[in-house]
Design a binder for this molecule. Structure first.
Ligand code: P1T
Length: 399
């Protein structure tokens, strides 16, 4: 099966000059008014798994749905437009995107330098799966680019960061780390799930690859599991596409459609998530039963200035310690009525969880303690509900 370049990108060139909100609505879904076309205003859901050809030796525009599907392609074009990327690929989950990326670019003997605070599932993939293939990861406090540079070894091939991190909301100076990566010939991967391209575009700051869990803000409604990779380099794109087609973790058509639909309101949702999260963070900071509050939008966040410099907003996720024991934290969580006790984040509804026993349970306790994931640390994904209702809910549960 032949590899294909992403045709829709060249068709889509003017999108680069449009503003973010306009691209979120239109990119990848330009109305086709040519003769015989339907004029659909939204991308159609194409369910066919294979496409007819007119001649044996001539490749078709589409051939087989694992390689390319028009609905998924529309999404890939929209995602690329939003991240200011030339190319996008959509996967069946965030971790499927990560797996394909790692398989595509690394081999036995290579090593990864990663932020010491990452989504627990990403750490599990690196530490419990890729180690079997001779690919080791070492962790570094990437809040300081110098520490990253000092940790580079001859075997290091890739730097992997989230900014802000999950769940401690630590930031990496993406420009500074991109310079380190360039000096040492390393690939810089930035997981941009927490801020979404509405607030931060890592490729513009020098990253080589952007990773997303579409399951979060991009889908936005807690009803799609998906992932994405965005890149500018054509060779890199073709390599990733070869591996995606060869390993098969593609996003299905219906999920592609739901994500396209979700993306149209990304800007509106992110604005509301950000406003609500800042108010909730300020409320928590003033509450006598709450210890530290971690949110890059607070003046008390040690990297507040960096947050303002490299992103246009602070996102909707924050973490905080409830004073007392793990049992006190659990009691608080179980008393909440509007915040739902659940893993995940980035949906319109507010979710809350205890990383030590939920999203980051796969991280060793000693490691959790070393980096600051205490047994009373609570992570909240602040939704787009009325913030007064959210604060009242937190108040009654803390009382
Ligand atoms: O769940 P999945 O779509 O496979 O995405 C994995 C992933 C990747 N990167 C980040 C920053 C993430 O937060 C996640 C998934 N995170 C959760 C499920 C969670 O509750 O934190």
């Amino acid at each position: 099966m032949e590899q294909k370049t992403q045709h829709a990108h060249s068709d889509n060139a003017p999108a680069q000059t449009l503003s973010f909100t306009t691209k979120a609505v239109h990119s990848g879904e330009e109305v086709d008014l040519r003769e015989g076309a339907t004029g659909d205003v939204v991308a159609a859901i194409h369910l066919a798994t294979t496409y007819a050809r007119s001649k044996v030796g001539e490749p078709g525009r589409y051939e087989y749905a694992r390689l390319q599907n028009p609905t998924r392609e529309a999404l890939e074009v929209k995602l690329a437009a939003l991240e200011n990327a030339r190319y996008g690929l959509a996967f069946s989950s965030g971790l499927a995107a990560e797996t394909t990326l790692l398989l595509s670019l690394l081999k036995a003997g290579d090593s990864i330098l990663a932020f010491d605070d990452l989504y627990g599932g990403t750490k599990r993939l690196l530490d419990q799966v890729f180690t079997s293939f001779g690919i080791e990861t070492s962790y570094v406090d990437a809040t300081n680019a110098l520490l990253v540079e000092n940790a580079v070894k001859p075997s290091t091939k890739m730097v992997w960061i989230e900014s802000p991190t999950n769940p401690l909301l630590k930031l990496a100076d993406i420009r500074a780390i991109a310079n380190v990566a360039r000096r040492h010939g390393l690939i810089l991967v930035v997981d941009n799930t927490f801020l979404s391209p509405y607030f931060q575009r890592p490729l513009d700051l020098g990253a080589d690859v952007v990773v997303h869990s579409l399951t979060k803000y991009l889908g936005g409604h807690s009803d799609v599991l998906g992932g994405a990779l965005l890149v500018n380099n054509q060779q890199l794109y073709e390599r990733l596409q070869l591996h995606q087609n060869s390993t098969g973790a593609v996003l299905p058509p219906f999920d592609s459609y739901l994500t396209l639909r979700g993306l149209k309101t990304l800007a509106l949702r992110m604005e509301q998530h950000g406003k609500n999260a800042l108010e909730v963070a300020r409320f928590l900071e003033g509450h006598h039963k709450v210890g530290r509050v971690l949110y890059p939008g607070l003046e008390s966040h040690p990297q507040h200035e960096l947050a303002k410099a490299q992103a246009s907003g602070f996102g909707g996720v924050l973490s905080f310690d409830v004073k007392g024991t793990a049992a006190d934290a659990e009691r608080f969580l179980e008393r909440l009525k509007i915040f739902t006790l659940a893993e995940s984040l980035g949906g319109v509804e507010s979710l809350i969880e205890l990383p030590a026993v939920m999203t980051h349970a796969s991280v060793e306790k000693a490691e959790r303690e070393k980096i600051g994931i205490t047994d009373t640390l609570i992570r909240a994904s602040v939704g787009i509900e009325d913030v007064a209702d959210l604060i009242a809910d937190l108040k009654q549960a803390l009382a």
